[in-house]
Design a binder for this molecule. Structure first.
Ligand code: ISJ
Length: 372
């Protein structure tokens, strides 16, 4: 039939409203399919987590799907347009997998929104407690050294005495620590002065003996990735001070804490101690954003080891002030009666006069709980 369209043929052309109603229905169908896809993807994500796969992102799998989609595409959209849409779907799917994973982390605020406050024999750490000071020598060296340090620090109101009995030294020929004798000495001296004793454990085989003598077990920066040790301290019924690894990302640090919590030990104190960067004027670079982020993402107390972060005495006061300003729940600082003759870290430990100046400079900040 030729000529102008008749009224009848025109009625075949559907109205915009009618077409839009169909689009609305297609949107609903697409959404149903997308949600269904999201549920399946979430199950894939869960399976990956259970298998212990470190990455959810799988570019090869995404690529395979894009190739198939391209070969099936018959228009009207170009392959580039269809692929762009699917890439968005993959991205949203990956976000879903990863956020589900985070949601389940025991360290996360999504699982426990309120601050964890440790109460170790009346010493409160985290939440609304005023910031604590953990102080003492790098290594336990002698009775006289420990006695003098504990007496001095206890008189200044310090409640937690540190001191290494097992030392992770760069050189195997460096002083390796006093071992069990150091544990016995450190715990006795701390007790005599009404202090808690924190010391590092480096080996799964030592966890039991260290837990017998220490009030808090320290996992050092070099062992943050020692998953067997993390699990073992997770089984020990003692609070754990977990230092961030030298080159660990914040995520790796929090996963390390997760290892401990996953074994049933919820009493973990995170400790930022500076990370390795290209900077040479400081031993490490204090990562203040890690402190703020760890406080934001987790419910655990976070303290800052200013001694190792700086590696030099002249920066301890400003760095400690900065740490408290970003919400740290405490400061870790090395103090030795005679740093020049110390068997380890003699560049960075404070002597007693230095500690006096340090604590006076921080006194107003130490009275108040950290508030950001
Ligand atoms: C769902 C998966 O995880 C991610 C999301 C994908 C998707 O949405 O199709 C594909 C690969 C991964 O990056 C998977 O590995 O299959």
């Amino acid at each position: 039939m030729r000529g102008f369209p008749t009224l009848r043929s025109m009625t075949h052309q559907r109205s915009i409203e009618d077409l839009r109603a169909e689009v609305d229905q297609i949107n609903r169908d697409l959404l149903t399919l997308l949600s269904k896809r999201g549920e399946v993807v979430a199950q894939i994500g869960h399976a990956k987590t259970q298998e212990g796969r470190p990455n959810h992102y799988d570019p090869a799998r995404e690529d395979k799907q894009l190739k198939e989609i391209e070969s099936l595409n018959q228009g009207p959209f170009t392959s580039a347009a269809v692929k762009a849409i699917f890439k968005e779907i993959f991205k949203a799917s990956l976000d879903l997998e990863e956020s589900n994973d985070k949601k389940q982390l025991l360290v996360s605020r999504k699982v426990k929104s309120e601050d964890t406050v440790l109460d170790i024999d009346g010493v409160r750490i985290g939440g609304d407690a005023p910031p604590i000071i953990v102080a003492g020598p790098c290594s336990i060296e002698s009775e006289e050294q420990m006695e003098q340090t504990a007496a001095f620090l206890a008189a200044k109101g310090v409640k937690i005495l540190r001191g290494g009995a097992y030392k992770p030294r760069t050189s195997p020929y460096g002083f390796q620590g006093m071992g069990v004798d150091g544990l016995i000495l450190g715990s006795r001296v701390a007790k005599e002065h009404g202090m808690l004793f924190v010391t590092e454990v480096m080996d799964t085989r030592d966890v039991e003996i260290v837990a017998e003598h220490a009030d808090i077990l320290q996992v050092g920066a070099r062992n943050m990735h020692n998953f067997a040790l993390l699990r073992e301290v997770g089984r020990a019924r003692r609070p754990v001070l977990l230092k961030r690894g030298l080159s660990a990302t914040i995520e790796e640090w929090l996963y390390a804490a997760e290892y401990i919590l996953s074994e049933g030990n919820n009493e973990v104190i995170l400790c930022e101690r500076g990370i390795r960067t290209y900077e040479k004027w400081t031993r490490n670079t204090l990562d203040l954003s890690a402190v703020a982020l760890a406080k934001q993402e987790t419910h655990l107390p976070v303290i800052v080891d200013v001694t190792h972060a700086a590696g030099r005495r002249d920066l301890l006061i400003p760095l400690a002030k900065a740490a408290l300003a970003v919400g740290a729940d405490g400061i870790h600082v090395e103090v030795h009666p005679s740093p020049a003759t110390a068997l380890s870290d003699n560049e960075q430990q404070l002597d007693f006069a230095g500690y006096d100046k340090f604590s006076e400079s921080l006194s107003s900040l130490l009275r108040q709980p950290a508030r950001v």
